[in-house]
Design a protein around this ligand. Structure first.
Ligand SMILES: [Zn+2]
Length: 274
């Protein structure tokens, strides 16, 4: 009966001011955790996740390059997110993955970067992850898990360290970082917006999805598809937006792929693609 229980709780909580309007998407969401609590959870989960993917890459050039792309995008998020301290970490792992931990900690694997040929593709992945953060998808997921597993009374009384422990467990089991179809669509929509605001060609988002589709035909399924499922609906959604709302970006010199910058500033520090 849990499935029936949760919507009832959501309705009651929304009526009691548990819901807030998201500054990036304008959508009403049930969020039971504060931004400070979310940030503390991300801090608690970060060391284990970083270690699980081989730690941070040694190359300071590569670290700096990805951070520059990420910070450029982050500067174009909504004013409500202006004071967030974003971090962008390159994981020294061959797997193809990217994710955002609770808070504003974005990760991309070396294995994914090795597949790319231009900077707009890097921006596409980072902008999608930023979109999950500004869409408050982890906060929303965590709030649902708290209500479903602990009950509202326990959730309200939980200390920050209780919640941090819960977050570590949920990150470890993958519960917290797996998004649904609507959240994936929303992260892409936000991502395309941040890309174009930053001067990137948004068509690179479709390139990324095609690279993932190609990689998924290989011997090893990209892990990114397990944390970010529904690639077919993502392709359709992004394709539709590119032909509609973003049609003016096609062959428009204002929106660039920055291929040579990627080739000069990132590619030399990446082993060649497997
Ligand atoms: Zn996603």
């Amino acid at each position: 009966m849990r499935r029936a229980y949760f919507p009832t709780v959501v309705l009651v909580l929304c009526g009691l001011s548990g819901c807030s309007t998201n500054p990036a998407t304008g959508r009403s969401q049930l969020i039971l955790v504060s931004s400070a609590q979310i940030a503390a959870m991300g801090e608690a989960a970060e060391p284990e996740m970083t270690q699980q993917y081989g730690g941070e890459v040694d190359s300071l050039q590569l670290r700096g390059y990805v951070d520059r792309v990420g910070q450029r995008l982050a500067r174009h998020t909504e004013p409500a997110y202006a004071n967030i301290q974003w971090t962008f970490t390159v994981l020294d792992s061959d797997v193809i993955n990217a994710f955002a931990l609770p808070g504003s900690r974005v990760f991309i694997s070396r294995g994914l970067l090795q597949r790319f040929t231009d900077e707009a593709q890097v921006a596409g992945v980072l902008a999608h992850e930023i979109g999950h953060v500004t869409g408050r998808h982890v906060d929303e997921r965590l709030s649902q898990v708290i209500v479903a597993n602990l009950g509202l009374g326990v959730a309200v009384q939980s200390t920050d360290s209780d919640l941090a422990l819960l977050a570590v467990r949920l990150v470890r089991t993958g519960t917290l970082l797996k998004f649904n179809r609507d959240q994936e669509g929303e992260a892409d929509e936000q991502g395309l917006k941040y890309m174009t605001r930053s001067g990137y060609d948004p068509h690179a988002m479709l390139d990324v999805l095609e690279i993932l589709a190609e990689a998924s035909r290989g011997p090893r399924q990209p892990e990114l598809l397990s944390t970010h499922p529904h690639p077919e609906s993502r392709m359709q959604n992004v394709g539709r937006l590119l032909q509609g709302h973003y049609r003016g970006t096609q062959d428009n010199p204002e929106f660039r792929k920055y291929r040579s910058r990627f080739q000069q500033e990132a590619a030399p520090y990446l082993p060649s693609s497997p």
